[in-house]
Design a protein around this ligand. Structure first.
Ligand code: TRH
Length: 418
């Protein structure tokens, strides 16, 4: 949540004496028809950062780049905030140009700002053959209006492609935002693309009626894979330090920071041998935390991918929780690098099947995580086998991209220029 979110809450409390979210960020503006008959892929983002090289953002850009390369058609990235700036022309947007939302352009790849101001967004030009790929529930909600305009203006619409990386109603308490987020899984004529089979299986339990579903299995990102393969080839293996690392993101609720800290404290109470160990928190910045018995959780923040990889090779135990059916990436990375990895199970998720280096705790209590941590102290682990699927071609979309392309081309049958 950015500062504007809290400012709006404070302003409303003053005005109404209660919290009243009028869902500014779900508003749209006016739309304009276009005479351009060419198909165009539109990636709708809540924000863009050209320098993104890891995590959920990098996965989105890799997916979009593959579709762009295979379809060889115009593309437009629409961001719902004001991050469509020259400073973002580079990195993953190297061959893009900034364009106005309400105009056609001669550029094949454009980055367009579509920010909301006082409940209004700019006028947006929409082609008959615009295909929208959405990446977060608010982008899907707004794209529903884009498609309604296509129906009104052109008498037909394309499938929406919903790139789903988590069950996002779970980011909220049960309430207004939960229901609005959940409503985006019920928009007709939607093709869902799930990040992981676990997440796809979870959605299947809700029996949403998607027009079609695809899913892909996460793969280790290239920089970390290169580092790991070098470590596999080198003769001397780094000494595993008596060190515990955690995926520590206090402001990302689903990573359960408080539960991890409580588990570390419990483990230190149980097991005297742990009291001489190091405890490092990776992933976000926060103050160091006293764990008792002379131990401290030292925050290292978000390391570079290379520093992160090196740290994993030198670490005996890792704890990375994710209150979601999605595995999230760090537990997978820790296990690949031979760390005794402790995580939580969830409906449709048991990561002990992903790697023998993972202890998946079913009953998520500090006592049980502490007990798993003590088990991890005495457990021998190895680097992941080189032929493990997680380390094969990092093209995680290879199994679905052909079918998706066929579907898109069929939908735009008779299209010229693609
Ligand atoms: O991008 P993220 O927010 O990850 C998302 C969310 O977890 C989402 O719930 C999930 O569904 C989606 O991924 C698939 O998380 P983050 O931490 O921005 O990205 C994780 C990557 O960060 C990890 O793959 C490696 C990298 N990383 C570092 O570069 N340095 C570090 O110190 C750590 C701990 C991770």
């Amino acid at each position: 949540m950015d500062i504007r979110y809290f400012y709006n809450i404070a302003k409303d409390r003053m005005k109404y004496g209660c919290d009243l979210n009028d869902f500014h960020d779900l508003k749209t503006g006016k739309f304009l028809k276009s005479a351009n008959q060419k198909m165009r892929l539109n990636l709708v983002m809540s924000s863009v950062n050209a320098k993104t090289t890891y995590g959920g953002g990098a996965t989105i850009y890799t997916f979009f780049q593959q579709l762009k390369d295979r379809l060889n058609c115009d593309v437009r990235v629409i961001t719902l905030d004001d991050s469509a700036q020259e400073s973002n022309i580079g990195g993953v947007f190297a061959d893009f140009r900034i364009a106005a939302p309400s105009e056609e352009t001669e550029y094949a790849s454009t980055l367009v700002g579509y920010p909301e101001n006082n409940g209004e967004r700019p006028c947006l030009m929409i082609r008959e053959k615009d295909v929208f790929i959405t990446t977060y529930w608010t982008t899907m909600y707004v794209a529903g209006y884009f498609r309604a305009f296509q129906d009104r203006a052109y008498g037909q619409h394309q499938n929406l492609i919903y790139f789903i990386q988590d069950y996002e109603p779970g980011f909220y308490e049960w309430g207004s935002e939960y229901l609005l987020a959940e409503s985006t899984y019920r928009i007709p004529d939607t093709v869902a693309v799930f990040n992981s089979e676990e997440l796809k299986n979870y959605f299947d339990k809700y029996d949403y009626q998607f027009a079609d579903r695809f899913w892909f299995t996460p793969k280790l990102n290239r920089p970390m894979k290169e580092y790991l393969l070098q470590a596999m080839d080198s003769q001397e293996k780094p000494e595993r330090k008596p060190q515990v690392i955690i995926y520590g993101r206090p402001r990302i609720w689903r990573n359960c920071f408080s539960l991890v800290v409580a588990s570390l404290k419990q483990a230190l109470e149980y097991e005297e041998k742990l009291r001489g160990w190091q405890f490092l928190s990776l992933g976000a910045s926060h103050k160091d935390i006293d764990l008792g018995y002379g131990a401290k959780l030292v925050c290292k923040g978000k390391l570079t991918l290379e520093e992160y990889a090196r740290t994993l090779l030198e670490t005996k135990i890792g704890i990375s929780l994710m209150c979601s059916p999605h595995p999230s990436y760090p537990p997978l990375e820790m296990a690949a690098f031979g760390v005794n990895t402790i995580t939580n199970s969830f409906l449709c998720k048991d990561l002990s099947t992903f790697s023998k280096n993972i202890i998946s705790v079913d009953n998520a209590t500090p006592e049980n995580f502490a007990s798993a941590l003590v088990t991890g102290m005495n457990r021998k682990t190895d680097l992941m086998d080189r032929d493990d699927p997680y380390l094969q071609d990092e093209d995680q979309f290879s199994e679905i991209i052909d079918d998706l392309i066929r579907k898109l081309k069929k939908e735009n049958a008779g299209e010229t220029g693609c």
